[in-house]
Design a protein around this ligand. Sequence first.
Ligand SMILES: Nc1ncnc2c1ncn2[C@@H]1O[C@H](COP(=O)(O)OP(=O)(O)OP(=O)(O)O)[C@@H](O)[C@H]1O
Length: 274
Amino acid sequence: MEALNLDYKNVPSKGTIAGAGVRKIEAVDVTKVYSTKKSQFVALNRVSFHVDAHEFVSFVGPSGCGKSSLLRIIAGLEPLTMGDLSINGHEIEGPGADRGMVFQSYTLFPWLSVRENIEFGLTLKGVPLFEKRAIADHFMELVGLHKFAKSLPKELSGGMKQRVAIARALANNPDVLLMDEPFGALDPQTKNAMQELLLRIWEKEKTTVVFITHDIEEAIFLSQRVYVMQAHPGTIRSEIAIPRGMRQVEDVKDSEAFVKLKKQIISLIGHHDE
Ligand SMILES: Nc1ncnc2c1ncn2[C@@H]1O[C@H](COP(=O)(O)OP(=O)(O)OP(=O)(O)O)[C@@H](O)[C@H]1O
């Protein structure tokens, strides 16, 4: 029988603590100008940041500050106008299998089952059936959907669909998981449950995550570092480190440290709006 090759989780650049501290994404003076026939609009102005291996980094800011533009540029779906942006030291020139995406809108293939959706990228890569099945099983288990392997997306709730989307992205073993308001369309209870689940997954898989949200609580709860953005034009106003161990506190979102950080970020964002 063919031996199972699950070493995909142990590639040196991720999945091992040894890779921690290694620069994964580096952005220097990234500028994005959208041009139409009549005008030019500066969506991002000289945005510089970095994301290290295994980090969970969020970008938070008001509507229109360029969060989605930034994520699309990292994903290689949108070209930057000026500046430098690299992943693993290589300039980003287009989309790549090293980056997995999860969007706010549900992007599952409606005609494919949960298992087939999760296996889709692996099928394209020609991963052998046995291995593909094992990887899908692992990630269905991880997001708690193994009982729904044969279900179609239309039979799933919004939260379940996003769990499939996360499993699908992770099954391709991306170097970086890019998430654009993935829980933005969910009700508050489901959103909280998804945040808890994502943290558990991140702690287990050691994935590097770049997370976009306008929800300040969500950013503080999930991240190790938060970049606070402002609009007109989109720039990074501040970088906030979230203290280690804060999440271990019960009802962390009501804790003094959490509320203090939230007020700090609100004032940073609010300051610009005045
Ligand atoms: N393709 C485009 N052509 C022209 N302008 C664009 C385009 N995409 C985005 N913009 C403009 O760039 C700015 C930043 O948009 P972006 O969607 O990146 O912001 P955002 O912070 O993600 O906003 P939101 O939180 O509302 O989704 C906005 O003013 C938007 O209107």
